[in-house]
Write a protein that binds this ligand. Structure first.
Ligand code: SAM
Length: 276
């Protein structure tokens, strides 16, 4: 697996820890398997303020938003961009007829398939894995896998954008919008630029760089990023705010006006009917 793909085992390790809490917010019974020893080593190596609670919050926020999109908006195509070791295909209660596309690098998808080879496929949903490079053209392989741009899509971009250079981030988010029919939903997360530059983040950033998976992109203006790429923003939340706390965030939430604060943002955006 490429270095950046090992970070998928890191986030899986955090999901395993949440799963093993008595007061867990979600259960990912596959997380420990796909995390492997690498995931727990990285969890230790990248340990920093708020990483584990943030990952529990991010998972919960997205689990719930995904549930709303498929149940209330009845979206039946779900695309996980940079799916990594995500096991929502197995662990969420999907309405019948959902097709789930998991996009990631080929070596990661192969390793994940091997780790989960003994798990029975859940009934009532279909999963298709698509090996891609998300900085190149990936829509062709997705179409070949059966995805239809004329039907609404739920896109999930979790734990990816900070690994990409800014132009690749903008191209990706714009491409998602261009390939979305009205009613499509985009869920994801992004960090502030201050999170990259803050002196307190230096040891973490240095470790990521040494491991060959540096963080490159952040923005103080996620709303502006999304709208400039066509999307209509429904909400942007920092961990600890209403709707993105879940009793896990141990820190105060600095107001958005305060400059130079390392932040994470969770977002929900839609492809509006009115735009073209
Ligand atoms: C931190 S993991 C996040 C995985 C998963 N979404 C999660 O939240 O647990 C980052 C993922 O991005 C994938 N990735 C990074 N750059 C990529 C690219 N250019 N094309 C496809 N996948 C990429 C990696 O392989 C890895 O699975």
């Amino acid at each position: 697996m490429e270095a950046v793909s090992r970070t998928a085992q890191w986030t899986a390790a955090a999901r395993a820890l949440e799963t093993e809490r008595e007061d867990r917010l979600f259960a990912d019974p596959y997380a420990r398997t796909v995390a492997g020893t690498t995931g727990f080593e990285l969890l230790e190596r990248y340990a920093g303020a708020g990483t584990v609670p943030f990952l529990a919050i991010r998972t919960t926020y997205l689990d719930r938003a995904i549930g709303r999109a498929v149940r209330e908006q009845e979206i039946r195509q779900v695309v996980f961009l940079a799916a990594g070791m995500d096991t929502r295909h197995y662990r969420l209660d999907w309405p019948t007829g959902v097709t789930i596309y998991e996009l990631d690098r080929p070596a990661l998808l192969e390793a994940k398939a091997a780790m989960l080879a003994d798990e029975p496929e859940p009934a009532g949903r279909e999963r298709r894995t698509v090996a891609v490079d998300l900085t190149q053209d990936w829509t062709g392989p997705l179409k070949e896998a059966g995805w239809r741009s004329e039907q609404p899509t739920l896109w999930v971009v979790e734990g990816l954008l900070f690994f990409l250079p800014e132009d690749a981030v903008r191209t990706l988010i714009t491409t998602l919008w261009q390939h979305s029919s009205p009613g499509s939903v985009l869920l994801g997360d992004v960090i502030s630029k201050a999170a990259l530059d803050n002196p307190l983040s230096r040891p973490f950033m240095k470790a990521l760089e040494e491991d060959g998976n540096p963080w490159l992109f952040g923005t103080e203006e996620p709303e502006q990023l999304l709208t400039s790429c066509g999307w209509t923003v429904r909400e942007v939340k920092q961990p600890g705010e209403d709707g993105a706390d879940f009793g896990r965030w141990p820190y105060p939430v600095p107001a958005r006006e305060v400059p130079r604060v390392p932040r994470s943002f969770l977002f929900t955006a839609i492809r509006d009917e009115a735009t073209s």
